[in-house]
Design a binder for this molecule. Sequence first.
Ligand code: GLC
Length: 473
Amino acid sequence: MQATEFLVKEAWELLEKSMVYFRGRPVGTVAARDPYVEALNYDQCFMRDFVPCALLFLTNGRSEIVRNFLIETLALQSSDKQMDSFNAGQGLMPASFKVELWDEEQYLTADFGEHAIGRVTPVDSCLWWLILLRAYVKATGDIALAHQPEFQQSIMLILKLCLADRFDMYPTMLVPDGAFMIDRRMGVFGHPLEIQALFYGALCSARELLAGRRGEFYKQIVNQRLSVLNLHIRQYYWIDLKRLNEIYHFRGEEFGESAINKFNIYPESIPYWLTEWIPETGGYLAGNLGPAQMDFRFFTLGNLMAIISSLSSDRESQSIMDLIEQRWQDVVGYMPMKICFPAVEDLEWKILTGCDPKNVPWSYHNGGNWPVLLWSFAAAAVKTGRTELAWRALEIAERRLSEDEWAEYYDGRNGRLVGKASRKFQTWSIAGYLLAREFLEHPEHLALISFTDDPEMLEWMCYAREGYESQKC
Ligand code: GLC
């Protein structure tokens, strides 16, 4: 048997073993099956960790587990989510759930963040759930499931949570620190890119799933939000050499409507590393944007999901792939791929992470390398026609995955060391590898997760952009 074939076989066997059964039916997968350390909550099924598994099952005609997962998590959405007598929002989806035995009967219990380290809110769970439901419908044609009243209700509850009027001036979604894959304090509160890219994908999904009169009403709100969100991100989050030059010459303290530097970004906040790092051709979407705050770090998943969901324009998507190609050692290194670049160090690490020993520079969320990111890289590569890059990354990953027992993450500037507190046999590392292969070998499967630009919205955006450009002159 060839080495690749062996690896694929091993990965599938491990994935089968990670499956969670509830009253005899498969409903998800555990986060990790590491025999060497205490499980903590890694023996639970996490919403975000299940995503690559679900997509993989769907591409392999095994939709039953995904259907069960959607039905069970829908039921959990309306269960009690309480911490210290406070009731969290009704539409919230759990970060994770587990099967428990009570009087010889199995029950599912969910964690909405009230047990998680740091009591973090899993905002991404709601967004991924919508994206998964749409992927399921796309793969199976079973729109009847999404049209069931409980599902329609569930979609609307999530939309209500996401679209509620808040104290905010931007169309982007405001979230606390650690609201997504980076679920510890890392200075990613406010309007982080990853949440915006998932928000965009979730809204695109909802618009395909909504039905009936109330559905039509929500569709209009969703459409409106999609176009302003798209415009906002493409306009203000984009960074390339040209844009960096503009920011470098920004004037501060501009008042009123004609301000060019709308968020009052001070040029002095451009980090030293960036002027060296930004390639001649290539660019990316900034990690975050707020008043006098632009997070210049490169966050991989946010950028890749922006490509996949068409939140970035075709030209921007190509530029993001250019950047990854040109900064290969930094972003891919010895294990695809880096979660964010660069790491925060010294005083900045102290302030941003609160001295988190797990997030020391170039480890875990703070510049660690995560094999799970391989699937979204492969998807983005297929979408942009840059598959040679994803094949290269896959080949690099294949050298280590099995030998390192499917580690959760890697440490070091180029991801050479298995992460200090990394789990072994991490399910999404396993599924991420298989799914990356799947997308490269069967590019048609990309349709499950990707979206294309809506021509009507593009027209509206051109119009709005013209207004913006004329203000600048
Ligand atoms: C870690 C990761 C999180 C993941 C969880 C389970 O907390 O930060 O994204 O869902 O482990 O694998």
